[in-house]
Write a protein that binds this ligand. Structure first.
Ligand code: TXA
Ligand code: MG
Length: 323
């Protein structure tokens, strides 16, 4: 039985001993292992049923630990980490040899991130090693935003799950490669390209084409079907009108403050991007658990603040909705 616990010291011991710990970050829950221990990292891939050509993000306690894992740490890395760390930004930089190839899927670069969630910070500090952690869900599923989501997906395959409440950001970090010149956005997140550009002029504020990503394999966040619930997701462009006989197999994810009625299949998850992102994955899970075969999503507005949300919804439709 996988336990949910608040014992960070015990979790740190499990990491040191080569085990797996589910832990909260400000974005989503991660499935962590000692990033310097290839056997421990192997267990992450097994638990997630994740193909080995997907690199894993390495969580650090701060800039000092990051610099020890990066072959070089230039001006852009300094500017962006000073501004956005700890926080939901992953920087892809050239890696040192000490990081096993398994972590980076054989790439010469590593994605590093200093999380701002206090439980994640304490875990990395007490373990005393960098912690490799993808989102704590099965491959291509919806990322967990509560401790119980981790247990429901990975029961038996994770040694302990740390309690940290509902995550605040709700979707995965922005991933920026600064190993390329100019830097490239590999995954949009709630820290926008515009914000990055304001603090590092080397980062172009012009959105890069998602499939221009270089390297042996595209990023896992780039695969067309990712972040998907079991139900089929459809995005509806017109606002949903009041309707008395909704199909019984359909749930609705509404881009509003409040639901128009008390039907549990009509979930209002927020009208601003921060609130929407915070509630989106839990909303998809909830409609899944009600047995909905179809989830109809009221299309969120366009505009840069909604970009990462539209990206995740597009991927959850398998690319059928362009985002
Ligand atoms: O918010 C997050 O980033 C969460 C929490 C747990 O920190 N983690 C997460 O990890 O989403 P994961 O493994 O599910 O996503 C990894 C993302 C992928 O899009 C991958 O392409 C990118 O990070 N990535 C990691 N290392 C990379 C590398 N060396 N080169 C290119 N992309 C890399
Ligand atoms: Mg993931």
């Amino acid at each position: 039985m996988t336990q949910i616990s608040s014992d960070i010291d015990r979790a740190a011991e499990i990491i040191e001993a080569g085990g797996l710990v589910g832990f909260p970050t400000e974005t989503v829950y991660g499935l962590g292992a000692n990033a310097l221990d290839a056997e421990a990292v192997e267990r992450i891939f097994e638990a997630k049923r994740r193909p080995k050509d997907n690199p894993i993000i390495v969580h650090v306690s701060g800039i000092e630990m990051a610099r020890e894992l990066a072959e070089s740490w230039g001006e852009t890395a300094t500017a962006l980490s000073d501004q956005f760390w700890p926080g939901p930004l992953t920087l892809v930089v050239p890696k040192v040899d000490r990081i096993p190839d398994l972590v980076t899927a054989g790439l010469e670069t590593v994605g590093l991130r200093a999380p701002s969630h206090p439980v994640a910070q304490k875990l990395v500090e007490r373990a005393g090693v960098p912690v490799a952690a993808p989102s704590a869900n099965r491959f291509q599923g919806v990322s967990p935003t509560r401790a119980r989501h981790v247990v429901s997906e990975l029961e038996g395959d994770v040694d302990l799950v740390l309690e940290g409440g509902a995550t605040n950001v709700g979707i995965e970090s922005t991933v920026l490669s600064i190993a390329h010149s100019p830097p490239r956005l590999l995954r949009p997140g709630m820290i926008s390209l515009q914000q990055l550009h304001e603090h590092a002029s080397q980062v172009s504020a012009i959105e890069v084409a998602e499939h221009s990503v270089e390297g042996a394999k595209p990023s896992p966040g780039m695969s067309p079907r990712h972040y998907a619930p079991s139900a089929k997701l459809e995005v509806i462009d017109a606002p949903l009108s009041q309707n008395n006989d909704l199909p019984s197999d359909t749930g609705y994810l509404l881009c509003r403050e409040a639901s128009p009625n008390d039907d549990e299949r009509m979930l209002a998850i927020g009208a601003n991007p921060e609130e929407y992102a915070r509630n989106m994955y839990a909303g998809l899970r909830q409609l899944d658990s009600l047995g909905c075969q179809i989830i109809a999503v009221e299309s969120p507005p366009t505009g840069t603040q909604w970009g990462a949300i539209r990206d995740r919804l597009s991927r959850a439709t398998g690319g059928e909705w362009p985002g």
